[in-house]
Design a protein around this ligand. Sequence first.
Ligand SMILES: [Zn+2]
Ligand SMILES: [Zn+2]
Length: 377
Amino acid sequence: MARDYYGILGVDQEATEQEIKKAYRKLARKYHPDVNPSEEAAEKFAEIAAAQEVLLDPQKRAIVDRGGDPMEAGGGMGGGAGFGGGLGDIFEAFFGGGGGARQPRSRVQPGNDALLRTSITLDEAFAGVKKDVTVDTAVLCEKCHGTGSKTESKPVTCGTCGGAGQVQEMQQSFLGNVMTTRECPTCHGYGEVIQDPCTQCAGDGRVRATRDLVVNIPAGINSGMRIRMASQGEVGHGGGPAGDLYVEVQVEPHPVFVRENNDLHLRLTVPMYDAALGTQLSVDNLAGERTTIDVPGGTQPGDTIHLPGEGMPRLRAEGAGDMIAHVQVTVPTALSNDERATLEDLRDGCPDNAEVHVESNAHGDGFFSRMRDKFRR
Ligand SMILES: [Zn+2]
Ligand SMILES: [Zn+2]
């Protein structure tokens, strides 16, 4: 069947040479490979170029007017050198392969991961907890089920970029004219447009919504750790598969315990009598049980008492860290006469006297040893 060369250029059979050239230029501005790098545009341009050639040649135009096709076998360009193939090759030679190498990105995109932060108490971190969280992410549009269309109709090829997803522009620079490529402003790089966008999601295929989820936080979790919830992140453009949701856990400070890895540190304030004679005291551990701490006689200020296995449970493993009590010894400030007399008796019978400390005998990492090390360097 003969091609409709008039129809290709959008002119009628009485069109003058000027009208044909004008129609050709108008279409070329849209489909020229410099403007539009897509494969379809290259074919379309080949078509309009051929149509102009035919209609501007009185002999070929006469064949068209008789209902024939001058580009078919026997035509000026030889067998088979009609649309597409023949001219396409020419364009590839001129324009370095045309725009075929560039592909528009798929309208259906995988969704992004989402991050959410939640804080829990140290007690909750100790025992593990199921935490209710509210997630604000993109979810599949209920109305169009991700198609982005109000009706059943499929997306159509973008008219601006011819489906390439990008447009090329000639820009003048000090190097001369430079061809730049940028995302098509009409279809935003997808190469196709939805003609009847869904009223709910405006064609995105997804909408923002809040969802309530339950996060299972395991015992032993520490601040900054993230729990991954597969496919609970954002639904992608065009209803694409959802990313993952990460819940970052922040453990709140505890009034008694300071956590370091899996160890739980606490301070004990021990009167000097108890430090000298020894005592026992109990503390509520994070399991809600009373734990007895033995302060042995002769405990010095700054001494630590270790309770193995009384710390935080190891995350997804057996065992637990230690509880470590740091002893602070208090000295009475207001003494009754009796107390004073008793202490004086004690002092009289005691061989130890106050003396100047010999720093070289010092051990530990307190203020003085830090200062000493500093001066040694
Ligand atoms: Zn929708
Ligand atoms: Zn486009």
